[in-house]
Design a protein around this ligand. Structure first.
Ligand SMILES: [Zn+2]
Ligand SMILES: [Zn+2]
Length: 225
């Protein structure tokens, strides 16, 4: 077996269960060295997990003022550190599609008790999707075999998010629209899923498309924060 990221052989001994059922082996995909590059996000802001001394970080206080009626709650698995950035480059920009399995174990654990929620990936514009060949969020959701609802569409980009500074990101205009009848999401629990949470701007715009139709709850999730 090889590490899914660095492709070095894994020295891990297979357990009896794994020998009997290769499905179990799928969970251990990173070597110890690669695993160490990811720093789990523990504690921090009550609403988004960002390391902070206050119960609610200044970013979330900003969003609370902007969306006073939206009870948001964000969950992220890891810090957006250098290691995560490196992983992201290889997955998203170099297109190493195998890497969509990297966090399958953590993702399955998060989505386990959310079977009744609609899982909504943040979309790419048609242009970007064609260029990249895949949507990185749908990629890691498909990797765990979970059903998702692509009910949001994105207009064509002017400047890619990654090339924007913090101020430009916050200033960006609403890029999304709902592509189904809004009545269908009334009273529905929804989880918006993105790869990275930076300023929150993207996820709040996505939520803004849904809020007028009164879903029961909108949670948000990203691999990194
Ligand atoms: Zn490795
Ligand atoms: Zn926060």
């Amino acid at each position: 077996m090889k590490c899914i990221w660095c492709k070095q052989s894994l020295t891990k001994n297979l357990t009896f269960m794994e020998i009997l059922n290769p499905f179990f082996v799928q969970e251990h995909r990173l070597c110890a060295k690669c695993q160490q590059k990811f720093e789990p996000l523990i504690g921090g802001c009550q609403l988004c997990g960002k390391p902070t001394v206050q119960p609610i970080c200044s970013d979330c206080q900003y969003w609370q003022r902007k969306y006073p009626t939206y009870a948001f709650k964000h969950t992220a698995l890891y810090h957006y550190n250098e290691g995560f950035h490196e992983w992201m480059e290889q997955y998203k920009y170099l297109g190493d599609y195998q890497l969509r399995y990297t966090f399958s174990y953590e993702l399955k654990r998060y989505f386990k008790d959310k079977k009744d929620c609609w899982i909504v990936p943040i979309p790419l514009s048609k242009e970007k999707r064609e260029k990249r060949g895949f949507n990185q969020v749908e990629g890691f959701l498909e990797a765990i075999g979970i059903k998702y609802q692509p009910i949001l569409s994105k207009k064509n980009d002017t400047l890619p998010q990654a090339k924007k500074g913090r101020y430009e990101r916050l200033k960006m205009k609403q890029p999304f629209s709902l592509n189904i009848d809004g009545g269908l999401i009334a009273n529905q629990d929804i989880i918006l899923v993105d790869d990275v949470y930076t300023t929150g701007r993207t996820l709040f715009y996505a939520a803004e498309c849904l809020l007028p139709y009164h879903p029961k709850k909108i949670m948000t999730f990203s691999l990194a924060r």
